[in-house]
Ligand binder design. Structure first.
Ligand SMILES: Nc1c(NC[C@H](O)[C@H](O)[C@H](O)CO)[nH]c(=O)[nH]c1=O
Ligand SMILES: CC(=O)[C@@H](O)COP(=O)(O)O
Length: 140
């Protein structure tokens, strides 16, 4: 049994609820503990994971959020930098799944957030599990 922290950026509540449902189901199916915290936006997810990882209280992490393109360049910053921050942490050996949707519109987000459709929350959880298992393999 491992301890996972879901760090969610609650910009679109109904979409996050579906993503977290999928991620939690995947983790709990493996008998793992799941805790969830909320940050203001996707840009804050990497820092929150870094802080939590430093505590040593968690074995793995899932970042959950939704970034929908608006009128300005800000989409590229939020989408790209949240992904880059998570990637940098995984390269440091932290088991993280990236469940941050970066989409053009809500219709695209709904299909991907829905556990009965593309289940990107569950997919991100599976990625975190895979990295955690891999770290254990190399640590042995
Ligand atoms: N537009 C979206 C944001 N923007 C907020 C940023 O993530 C960040 O919280 C702010 O720039 C302060 O640092 N965040 C999302 O998660 N989704 C969006 O669509
Ligand atoms: C992804 C975003 O930052 C976006 O929601 C903000 O919208 P806008 O670019 O119209 O300010």
């Amino acid at each position: 049994m491992a301890r996972f922290l879901i760090v969610e950026a609650r910009f679109y509540s109904h979409l996050n609820d579906m993503l977290i449902e999928g991620a939690s189901a995947a983790l709990k199916a493996g008998g793992h503990e799941v805790e969830t915290i909320t940050v203001p936006g996707a840009l804050e997810i990497p820092a929150a994971i870094a802080m939590a990882a430093e505590s040593g209280r968690y074995d793995g992490f899932v970042g959950i959020g939704v970034v929908i393109r608006g009128e300005t360049y800000h989409f590229e910053i939020v989408a790209g930098e949240s992904a880059r921050g998570i990637m940098a942490l995984t390269m440091d050996g932290i088991a993280i799944g990236n469940g941050i949707l970066t989409v053009e519109n809500e219709a695209q987000a709904l299909v991907r957030a829905d556990p009965a459709q593309k289940n990107k929350g569950g997919e991100a959880a599976q990625a975190a599990l895979a990295l955690l298992q891999l770290s254990g393999r190399f640590a042995a």
